[in-house]
Design a protein around this ligand. Sequence first.
Ligand code: F0G
Length: 419
Amino acid sequence: MPRRSCTSGDLSGNKIASIFRRYTLVCPRCGREYEPTPFRFCCEHCGELLDAVLDLSRVSIDLEHIRRNRNVGVWAFRDVLPQVSHVVSLREGNTPLLKLENVVDGKVYVKYEGLNPTGSFKDRGMTVGVSIAKSIGARYIIVASTGNTAASAAAYSSRGGLSCLVVVPHGGIAKGKLAQAVLYGAKVVEVEGNFDRALSLVLDTLRKVGKDNLVYLLNSVNVWRLEGQKTTAYEIFLDIGVPDYVIVPVGNAGNIYAIWKGFMELRELGLIDKMPRMIGVQAEGAAPIAYAWQKGLSEPLFTDNPRTVASAIRIGRPVNWYRAWRAVVRSGGMFLTVSDEEIIEAQKLLGKEGIAVEPASATTLAAYVKLRESGVLERDDVVVLIATGHGLKDPDIILTLNAERYRVSEPEDLLKLLA
Ligand code: F0G
């Protein structure tokens, strides 16, 4: 495994400590423990990304209070989040869980994360990450992105009065996402190469910034961002309890871990007594984790040339792969791949439910269909699909679909269409 250059970015002061009270950072490989800081993400000994372990014995959850405050969204779960002094919010979270009625015969729910303020699940994490940045006096937010992280970081930075720099693959992100980053006022840097190249450029740059605390990284290596994303699990639990399966698109591989962690916490809190199996989906041309899984390997088959129509998950070297791997292994789940054709087909199917998702999110329904056909999933299984991003992010893809589009000028022509 490549060693990461780890800095602790130690900040002294009770203010910082109080944000992360009740948390310990623990290395999942070697077990070493660290004091939490806003900047410490990986183990100084073995380089692995650290887990943020919350001392749940010191947390009391008032479910009735949370239910009454669901419309607050992510911050309704503030008891299990970092205790920031400034909340930067756009009312993210509290997204609908919709049961599919037309296109499948099973018990399938869509967690419609596209209805977050910037149209993706990233907002759950960004509200926490930018709130931390604001609380510690950071000035700049920086991210590498396939698009959604850029849009979300840009929006929350503006909302919080911070500057934002996003680094994206030139020509590799959907138009809607680029437009959002521009609208929200970020500096947009387009690099030659893919997301992995953009991320390594950002990480190399941060090493040069050193321990200057003014620039705050909000990619999913930042474990505090994932704390916000875990609230997806809390919301699913409040809506339907524990599903049998949760299917999640996997790109840089942070979100599937975050959702699993949320369910693990619910179990530790004594609120649930079983776990859902986590299923991670990758697109065939960008599936370093799923191929390794299928071959029975213990490390990903990284690729330098990821290709898929689902640009959000066009990632060849997912930095969080070990997090995702543990979520899937420990929950008794699996990884699988779907083809671009299956993705587009599933995107159309969701359209028939009135649900607009981008291709990366459609991987979940494509996976469900595939797993039903192969008999891995059964009709009675309760399955939640995490629909991570809104369809309008990437209209170009949708406009390539076979469409019922006509040009008419006379009522008679319209009448024919109504027949
Ligand atoms: N779905 C969508 C719509 C995404 O934008 C992403 C990731 C994922 C799924 C995968 O989530 O990385 O946690 O496994 N988008 C990142 C970005 C990489 O830059 O917007 P993951």
